[in-house]
Ligand binder design. Structure first.
Ligand code: MG
Length: 231
């Protein structure tokens, strides 16, 4: 019951919200099982719009040739990001939420019906650009990477703590702009690590390629080894 006016509405809203999250977790567990059965390691990318999620996938793909990549793109509208990925020769499926501010596990489950995983070892799932809502919805990916770009400012981790607390990797993108902006790299890094000491930190520029080889090497280390010939 609502403490303020005694109505039942608040509890009802909370219960509906809990049901949605429970249902999402059920689909997320199913997605993880599906990925594991196919030997696919999956990484979810979250960030604000324009931080460079798609550009990062494009830049990484140049260092991950032969790995067996696929991408699920999430956006409110348009297939622009999936088209960019396909132009790199990488299979991609575009999910459009039609207004919703985040992907959910059920949507991702639906994408599996359109994106064959045979031969895929690394699946990126790019969420809708938003640092808030995507943080609350697990998709079944093995890791979540949170991306912040230099123009967004060095004060963001503490303002969006859940995004950083529940990520495995923190990528600072657009480091080529550091010399043009007032941005304290050590501040942003230490603030993020104070929220989540287990974060792996990478400073990169998807545009110039700075730091991308190191991130690609880390990514390769996450993947299952290729089956040896004759195995
Ligand atoms: Mg994008």
């Amino acid at each position: 019951m609502c403490d303020e006016c005694g109505c039942e509405e608040r509890n009802r809203v909370v219960e509906v919200g809990e049901d949605i999250l429970k249902e999402n977790l059920r689909y997320a567990a199913h997605n993880r099982q599906h990925l594991d059965e196919h030997g696919v390691f999956s990484v979810e990318l979250i960030s604000a719009p324009g931080s460079g999620k798609t550009s990062l996938i494009e830049a990484l793909s140049d260092h991950l040739a032969g790995v067996g990549m696929a991408v699920i793109e999430g956006d409110i509208e348009t297939a622009r990001d999936a088209e960019r990925i396909r132009a790199k020769g990488i299979p991609a499926f575009q999910l459009t939420t039609g207004g919703a501010c985040h992907l959910d596990a059920r949507l991702v489950h639906g994408a599996f019906h359109h994106l064959p995983l045979n031969g895929v070892r690394l699946l990126f799932i790019e969420n809708v650009g938003n640092l808030v809502c995507p943080a609350a919805f697990q998709l079944g990916a093995h890791q979540r990477w949170v991306i912040l770009s230099v123009p967004e400012g060095d004060d963001k981790p503490a303002k969006y703590p859940r995004a950083f607390r529940e990520a495995s990797v923190f990528i600072l993108n657009k480091t080529d702009l550091l010399s043009h902006m007032e941005f304290d790299l050590e501040r942003v890094k230490s603030e993020a690590l104070s929220l989540n000491p287990y974060l792996r930190f990478f400073a990169v520029s998807a545009r110039t390629g700075q730091g991308i080889p190191e991130l690609a090497e880390y990514t390769k280390g996450l993947l299952k080894p290729l089956p040896s010939a004759g195995a």
